[in-house]
Design a protein around this ligand. Sequence first.
Ligand code: SF4
Length: 268
Amino acid sequence: MEIDKSKQYEIIVFPNQDEGLKAQRALVSKGVDFKHISTLAAVVPQECSQEACQAIIKENALISGYYPFLYRDYEEDFFKRAKEYRVSESNEEFLKSITLCYVAPCMADEKKIRLIGYFDRNITEILPYINAVIKGASYNKNASTLTYAKERRLINLYNIKVTIAKADDIVDAWIVLDEVKKLVNDTYRIRDTIKPNYEGKIKVTALQIYGWLPKTNCRACGEATCLAFAVRLLQREQKLSRCVPLSTEPKFAENQKIMKEIAAVLGI
Ligand code: SF4
C-alpha cells in the first residue's frame, strides 16, 4: 500500500517480531490494505483500522496499541528509521527483554505517544544502583519506583515495568526502551563498584517543565509566559495549581499528572 498524504492512517504496533509477523500474515490473508514498515509495526488506512485489528486478533496475534499516523511529521525519514531499527539481543544479560504492551497517543499532545513496557524479570534490586548512576533521578524505596527525565520524556521505572510519556514516535519509543535495557544491564554488571543511593531527588530544568505546561501563554497564572511560570515554579515562587488550563482542561490531564509527580518530588 502506498501512503497518500491527503488521507488519514493509523499505526498499529506489535509487542515483538513474532507477533508482528503473525499479525501481518493475518492482514495479508484477509486482504486488508496495509503498509509494512517493520516487523514491529504496520500502517493502515484509518477507516480500515478496526477491520485490521479484528483480523489480527482472530489469528491470536497480539497488538500493543495503535495511534494516528501523522505522515506530514515523519516524511521518508520515519520509514527509514523504522526499517533500520533492530531489536537488541542480549541473552547473556540480567534483563533480556522489555515487551511493549501498551501504546497510545498522549492525551495533551497527539503528536507524541505514551507507552508501557514489561521487563522479563523484576529489577527492584537494581533501582538504588541506577539512582546512584543517574544524576537527578527520583527514587521511592517504598513504592519501588525510579523517575527521571530524558529531555521532554518522563521515564518511570517500576519493579517489573517501565512507562514513558511524550515519546516522539514509535521509533523513538523503541530506542528509549533499548536505552532503559542497556542502563539496567550496564548498572547490574558494575553494581559491585557502585554505592547504592536510597535518596529521592529529581533534577528538572525550567525548559523541561515548560515542555509539560500548556504553552498557551494565557497569563491566567499571573505570569507573562509559560516559560516565566516554569522558572518561578522552580524557584518556589509559584504554585502548580495557579496554572488554570493545566488544572481544569481535560486535554492536559496527562501533563498535569506528570507535573504533579515532579512537583511532589521537588517539593514545589
Ligand atoms: S496559566 Fe498556565 S498556560 Fe497560562 S500562562 Fe500560566 S503557565 Fe502558561
